[in-house]
Design a protein around this ligand. Structure first.
Ligand SMILES: *Cc1c(COP(=O)(O)O)cnc(C)c1O
Length: 359
């Protein structure tokens, strides 16, 4: 039996008629940039999160670049980021002209902790980017008080955590600013690229609106050298529709994760942390025989993936003479199993049985 790592058509089939309708409406409106669909999605997403401001943009990486630029973080500044995450976090910091400072992550959560960050803070530190990796919220309360003490911005990377809750608040509303990605495979994904900044301060939100639209408060007035980064109307209409299904899809992901957790407990592979309020973007296990396990699953027609094989501080692009043991161990042992709305019970049983045979 074939088990793809992800079958996005399953999600789309379940709302296909409404998707076609939403796309047709935008085409008929003849308005593809900005306008009512974009405004509506920004309001809906802010209200879903219970956030003050949502400003959409071209993708999640842009969202982070926009936040850093709006905070005027650049040359001479340092930004602390986890070494085990998607590359965007390092890229955006480098593009801003600042220096990424790589922190190790906790071995059980894969996220930043205060203990890992505190020794890295200097007079140049301007921000910490806390990533809610794979949908597990970082422990934000102690991070926030550490950042506040040192007058450092706490930026949440929520690209993998749409709908996750930390202490009764949706992630994205706890730090000073947050970024979301709507890349098609995320928990809330467009039919193309998309992203958003969620901000607490209206000054920050206004400044980001200005930067992402050529510095124009009104047409043909350019107050600063801005750029172009926007969510188009088609994607906004699709996201408004999909947002209505996000919670149900997250519940389905959680149900599948619970099956993996139950069926694979007490084996030699290390399972991801269950935590109230988390969402499941990826279901990742740690195995000392990761590559053999991956091959074994592939031979049974089961597709898996490695997120991420190289910690950022070991990439040539960002190379540092650093040793961050947890990030290095996790990268060498981690494997993502198929987990998506529409994965069938028989497909999942095939994955579980094949893993058990290997062990
Ligand atoms: C996907 C992702 C991003 C970037 O989003 P894009 O829309 O692809 O630019 C940033 N951070 C993390 C953790 C991600 O998973």
């Amino acid at each position: 039996m074939k088990v793809p790592f992800l079958d996005i058509n399953k999600q789309h089939d379940s709302i296909r008629h409404k998707l076609d309708e939403a796309v047709a409406k935008v085409i008929n409106s003849g308005w593809f940039i900005g306008g009512e669909y974009v405004e509506r999605f920004e309001n809906e997403f802010a209200s879903y999160l219970d956030a003050q401001h949502c400003v959409t943009c071209g993708n999640g990486t842009d969202a982070l670049e926009l936040i850093l630029e709006a905070y005027e973080i650049g040359a001479g500044d340092e930004v602390i980021i986890p070494s085990f995450t998607w590359v965007s976090d390092a890229e955006a910091v480098v593009r801003a002209g600042a220096k990424p400072v790589f922190a190790d992550v906790a071995i059980d959560t894969f996220n930043l902790s205060v203990e890992n960050i505190r020794p890295l803070i200097t007079n140049q530190t301007k921000a910490v980017i806390a990533v809610h990796l794979f949908g597990l919220p970082a422990d934000l309360a102690p991070l926030k008080s550490l950042c506040d003490t040192h007058d450092i911005k706490l930026i949440e990377d929520c690209a993998q955590a749409h709908g996750a809750v930390y202490q009764n608040q949706k992630v994205g509303t706890i730090g000073d600013a947050a970024l979301f990605s709507f890349y098609p495979t995320k928990n809330l994904g467009a039919l193309g690229d998309g992203g958003a900044v969620v901000a607490y301060s209206s000054d920050l939100a206004d400044r980001i609106r200005l930067i992402k639209d050529h510095g124009q408060p009104v047409r043909d007035q350019h107050l600063l050298a801005g750029r172009n980064s926007r969510l188009d109307s088609l994607q906004a209409a699709v996201l408004s529709l999909k947002l209505k299904h996000l919670d149900a899809w997250n519940v389905e992901r959680a149900r599948l994760a619970a099956v993996y957790l139950k069926e694979l407990e007490n084996t030699s592979i290390k399972l991801p942390l269950m935590q109230q309020g988390r969402v499941w973007h990826l279901f990742t296990v740690l195995s000392a025989q990761r590559d053999e396990l991956k091959d074994h699953l592939a031979k049974a027609d089961i597709q898996t993936a490695v997120h991420y094989p190289t910690p950022l501080h070991k990439m040539n692009t960002f190379k540092h003479e650093l040793s961050l043991p947890n990030a290095e161990i996790i990268s060498s042992q981690i494997l993502s199993l198929p987990l998506y709305p529409g994965l069938t019970e028989t497909q999942q049983a095939h994955v579980i049985n094949t893993i058990k045979r290997f062990l």
